[in-house]
Design a protein around this ligand. Structure first.
Ligand code: ZN
Length: 251
């Protein structure tokens, strides 16, 4: 244990001293002084933080504000120019001002949320449109060869780590100027379209619905994967299977 190590550790955990630290503290005068000073600072800090707050503080503040409001009104009627009361009315205005700031922050959060939702809704519609554009892919019954699936994935820099079962369609398409791998996986409750887009990161993962479809977006190491399936279907097993079976090679 050297001095540097001692100081680093006691700075992180000033309250707990391991045997090795205690031993070093006994042997090194400089570090002993450092440690003592640190303990004193800690104690001061704890003291400063431990300010007792009366239980009824919130009630008192509310009461004070209502008084301020009343006296403000009285003053305007009788003696509008008295200085001390004027400053009280300022307190009330500050109080209301605080509410206004809080309210505007809340509104900002709400609008941001709405903005995010509309963005996800737009993506959902785009994915559904892409799928419907290749509607023929949804009615295929025969699984295609594993090699063909691997080839389609490889074209966009994705390696198949495990065999994807029941793939009935595999094509390379373009979404927003980037080449993607478009697969359809057959399930007994309907086809699930999988759009693997290693060149496109669409932000947060989400699950949305549009018409009779549900759309889920998952993120890979690089890029995103969109799953589009009938609303009645539990897509999770397919999402899991696909996410575990693919790996992005190089971008
Ligand atoms: Zn496509």
């Amino acid at each position: 244990m050297n001095c540097l190590e001692f100081r680093r550790v006691v700075l992180e955990e000033p309250q707990q001293l391991s045997p090795a630290l205690a031993e070093h503290k006994q042997q090194c005068k400089e570090c002993l002084r450092y440690y003592t000073q640190l303990q004193e600072q800690e104690a001061l800090l704890m003291e400063a933080l431990a300010v007792p707050v009366p239980d009824d503080l919130a009630a008192k503040i509310m009461l004070q504000c209502s008084f301020d409001q009343t006296s403000d009104q009285e003053v305007t009627e009788t003696e509008p120019t008295i200085v001390p009361l004027k400053s009280k009315s300022k307190t009330f205005r500050q109080f209301i001002g605080g509410f206004a700031v809080a309210a505007s922050v809340m509104m900002g959060v709400v609008f941001w949320q709405a903005h995010l939702n509309s963005e996800q809704q737009q993506l959902t519609e785009m994915f559904v449109q892409h799928m419907e554009h290749e509607a023929h892919s949804l009615v295929l019954e025969e699984p295609i060869p594993v090699g063909r699936v691997g080839f389609t994935l490889n074209n966009v820099g994705i390696k198949a780590m495990a065999e994807l079962a029941n793939v009935t369609y595999a094509a390379n398409c373009v979404i927003e100027d980037k080449m993607v791998a478009h697969l359809v996986v057959k399930t007994d409750k309907g086809p699930v379209t999988v759009l693997l887009m290693p060149h496109k990161q669409f932000g947060d993962e989400f699950a949305e619905e549009a018409k009779q479809w549900q759309v889920a977006l998952n993120n890979m190491k690089q890029g995103s994967v969109a799953f589009i399936g009938p609303k009645s279907l539990n897509m999770e097993p397919i999402q899991q299977q696909v996410m575990q079976s693919v790996d992005v090679l190089q971008i």
